[in-house]
Design a protein around this ligand. Sequence first.
Ligand SMILES: *Cc1c(COP(=O)(O)O)cnc(C)c1O
Length: 234
Amino acid sequence: MSSTQSDLPAADLLARLHSVQSRILAAAHACGRNPADITLVAVSKTHDKAAIAALIAAGHTVFGENRVQEAAGKFADRPSSVRLHLIGALQTNKAEDAVRLADVIEALDRPSLADAIDRAASRAGRCPDLLVQINTGAEPQKAGIAPDAAPAFITAMRHRFGDKLTGLMCIPPVAQDPVPHFRALAALAASHGLSRLSMGMSADYEAAIACGATSVRVGSAIFGTRLRRTAATA
Ligand SMILES: *Cc1c(COP(=O)(O)O)cnc(C)c1O
C-alpha cells in the first residue's frame, strides 16, 4: 500500500528510534526493571516500506500494523528475523490472512474471532502468539472485551489456545489518565498468570513501563505524524 504522505528521511527516523530506545532504557531503570524485558513495537501503519527498511537496516526487528491487507503488502516477504504484531481490531473474515501473516495477534476480543483464528490456525499449521484485548475504559465504540466479561473470556482462551495465549493488551480512553488502565491490565494479567502486557503508545509509554508493560506500541514518536484515515484505527 502506498503511504499517504512522504516519510521522514532515514537519518531522522533513526534519530527518533534511538531517542525512544533511550527513553525506554531510562524508564526501565527508573523503576528497577530490566530493559531487556521490554519490547519496542514500532507501529508502521500508513508508513511505506522504505521507512520500515531503514529501521530494519539499523537492526530494529519488531513492527506493528493494524490492517491485515496493508500489513501483507509491507511484511509478507520480510526477513525471518523481523516480527510482525497485528494490533488493530480484527474482522473475523480477515483471521485467515492474519494467522498466516502475523507473529503476534494482539486483538483477540470475542468468541467468534477465537473460532475463526482456531480454524485458520488448524488449516495453516501455525498459530501466532495471541493477546486478549481488554476494553479497560468500557468504551462502546472501542474493540476489546468488556472488563466484566474479561476474566471468563481469558480463562476460556487459555483453555483453548494454551501457551499461545501469552498476555493482554489495552488502549486506554484518549482523554483519561492512562495509569489506572495500565494498572488494571497488569492486575488482570497477573491474576491469570499471563506474562505479556502490551500497553503504552507514543504519549504514555514511559508510564506504561512503570506499570509493567512488556511491549510498548510506538508509532508517531518514531515515524512522525500520520494523516488521519477515515476508518476507525482502534
Ligand atoms: C496507531 C496505534 C498505536 C501507535 O500510536 P502512536 O500514538 O502513534 O504511538 C499503538 N497502538 C495501536 C493499537 C494503534 O492503532
